[in-house]
Design a protein. Sequence first.
Length: 141
Amino acid sequence: MDIIERLESQVVAGRRVMGKVMIDENEFFLLLDQLRQAVPAELHQARRVIQQRQEIILGAQDEAERVVATARERAEYLLSERGLTAEARYVGENVLRHAHDNADSAMIEMKRFAQQMLDDVEAAMNRNLSEIAEARSRLSD
C-alpha cells in the first residue's frame, strides 16, 4: 500500500533522538486518516471477493450435483434399458425355443398320423384289391 510506504519513509527520514524518531505530526495524522479510509475500502473489497468466491463455489457445487444427478439418471436409464433388452431377449429366445420344440413335436405327430393314415389306406386298398381279385377269379370260373 502506498500509504504504508509513505509512513515508513517518514520514520526512515525522521530525526533520531536517543533511540527514538521524530516525524512531522501533521503528515503522520494525514497519512493515518488516509490509511483509516483505505482499510475499510480494502476490507470491503476483500469481503466482496470472498463473497464472490463463495458464490462461485456454491455455483460449482450446484453444477456438480446437477451433473452427477444427470449422470445417475442416464446410468439408471441405460441399465434399465439394457436390463429390459436383456430380459426381452431372454424371453424372446425362450419363446422361439418353445415354438421350435412345439413345431418339431407337431411335425413328428403329423408324420406319425400321416403314416398311420397311409397304412390304413394301404390296408383298405389291399383288402379291396384282394376282393377284386376274388371277384375276377369267380367270374373266370
